[in-house]
Design a protein around this ligand. Structure first.
Ligand code: ADP
Length: 448
């Protein structure tokens, strides 16, 4: 079912329930008012009869009968009868049943009673007189009142049905108006394809309604999609470039060498060059596989002393031409730099950053430090190398991305992508501060 139909049906149902309760309430109230006012009228009639009988003490039954006949009856099926306090009728209309003794007793006990019998309303009044107490019981049917109630219920039923029809169509109109902007969004989103991810939905400037929020959310999603699509495209382009360079070099070396007969030494040097390119190729493919496969298997998790890993990495790279200074901070408090993690992966991550620091500073001194604050264990690796422009901070973590100023250095651009993945798997993050031609600092923060 379409949303607008569903909304208008729900709205109509709700309105029907409310309207029914209100109309039912009005009907019941009106009915009880009708009953009360009819009892009042009946009571007046009983009083009139009583007063009359009261005054005409000496009147014979026959005379009284005559009088009561002439007495104008205004209520339908009205019957008034008079009993003495021995429960005997002193006046009763012919062909009418006597009231049972219990009813007369109840009138005497309560002085005045009201009740309904079948469709009749009945009022009983007890009169006290020095010549003898008597009871008047008057009954009648409220035909006019009931007829009015019937008319009212028909009017109410029709108004109820007409209101429901009007509500359904009005609800449908409002629902259509409310749903229309969503339909527009659907139409616009339908035409967005991989080739047109740069398209955006129009966003109103002033209104902050849900529709606008939906457009903004979809636009943000499109922004992310576009970015990851571009990242994927540049990944493919960079990857094929990085993989093709050593292959082209291998083919060129082989072809040139094969063109003429060469000395043994020439063949050897060609093979050395081919081996180097093949090794580079192998390294790139290995790192790529590592990047695609790394995962933190819970069973491989162990308590890792980060200062120990840093020491191992520094020791490994300390054999190069750079001097690596390591500040272990609170080393005396053994165990304070421990996290749960994978030792091999953490070694690769720290190693990549330290290797870059050495490489991009032309083997100048590198400063490593491990500290902690209330929330994190922080490893900082600082160099005095070529530096990185702040606009490149995010990009250097993309696979195969290399900043222009580093093209003359060897490398393939996937080390940091792998590093960032590893650190993220350990719930950590990497912060960079750097200045061109002055140096860079990479800070790795692990939650404590
Ligand atoms: P690679 O070192 O193989 O080029 P990485 O993924 O390790 O690839 O680094 C990506 C890019 O980030 C590098 O090419 C370089 O441009 C930049 N970069 C990384 N570390 C440093 C650093 N310490 N100083 C300057 N530039 C750096």
């Amino acid at each position: 079912m379409k949303l607008k139909n569903k909304l208008s049906l729900q709205f109509t149902f709700l309105f029907a329930v409310v309207l029914f309760v209100v109309l039912f309430g009005i009907y019941m109230l009106e009915d009880s008012t009708r009953k009360v006012s009819f009892y009042d009228k009946l009571e007046d009639r009983a009083f009139v009869v009583g007063e009359f009988y009261f005054r005409e003490d000496n009147m014979t039954k026959e005379n009284f009968k005559e009088v009561i006949k002439k007495f104008p009856q205004t209520l339908s099926n009205e019957i008034a009868s008079i009993y003495n306090d021995q429960y005997q009728p002193v006046f009763i209309k012919e062909n009418t049943a006597r009231w049972p003794k219990e009813i007369i007793q109840e009138v005497i006990a309560n002085k005045k009673i009201r009740f309904t019998k079948d469709d009749q309303q009945v009022v009983g009044i007890y009169f006290v007189d020095n010549s003898g107490n008597f009871i008047v019981i008057a009954s009648a049917t409220d035909d006019t009142g009931k007829e009015n109630m019937k008319t009212l219920s028909i009017i109410m039923l029709f108004s109820f049905l007409i209101s429901l029809v009007i509500t359904f169509f009005l609800g449908r109109l409002f629902a259509t108006m409310a749903v229309n902007p969503i339909n527009k969004i659907i139409d616009k989103v339908k035409i967005i394809r991989a080739t047109s991810l740069n398209k955006r939905l129009p966003v109103g400037k002033i209104s902050h309604d849900e529709i606008n929020q939906l457009s903004i959310t979809i636009n943000n999603l499109l922004e992310h999609l576009e970015q990851s699509f571009q990242a994927q495209q540049s990944f493919i382009m960079n990857a094929s470039h990085e993989l093709r360079t050593p292959i082209t070099s291998i083919i060129a070396d082989a072809e040139i060498t094969l063109r003429n007969t060469r000395e043994v030494d020439e063949y050897k040097s060609t093979l050395v060059s081919i081996t180097k390119d093949a090794e580079r190729l192998n390294e790139i493919i290995g790192t790529l596989l590592e990047l695609a496969q790394i995962n933190l298997d819970r069973s491989e998790l162990q308590v890792i002393q980060l200062d120990e890993v840093l020491w191992e990495v520094a020791d490994e790279w300390g054999k190069s031409e750079s001097r690596i200074h390591v500040d272990y901070g609170l080393a005396v408090n053994a165990g304070r730099y421990s996290i749960m993690g994978n030792r091999r992966l953490l070694f690769i991550a720290l190693s990549n950053i330290l290797k870059n620091a050495i490489k991009f500073s032309n083997h100048k001194d590198v400063y490593c430090k491990i500290t902690l604050n209330a929330e994190s264990i922080i490893i900082s690796i600082k160099d005095e190398g070529i530096g990185i422009a702040s606009s490149e901070f995010q990009k250097i973590f993309q696979p195969f991305y290399r900043v222009a100023n580093s093209q003359k250095f060897p490398g393939s651009g996937i080390g940091l992508a792998l590093t960032e993945r590893i650190i993220r798997l350990h719930n950590g993050k990497i912060e960079i501060s750097s200045k061109l031609d002055e140096g860079s600092e990479f800070r790795i923060l692990f939650p404590r």
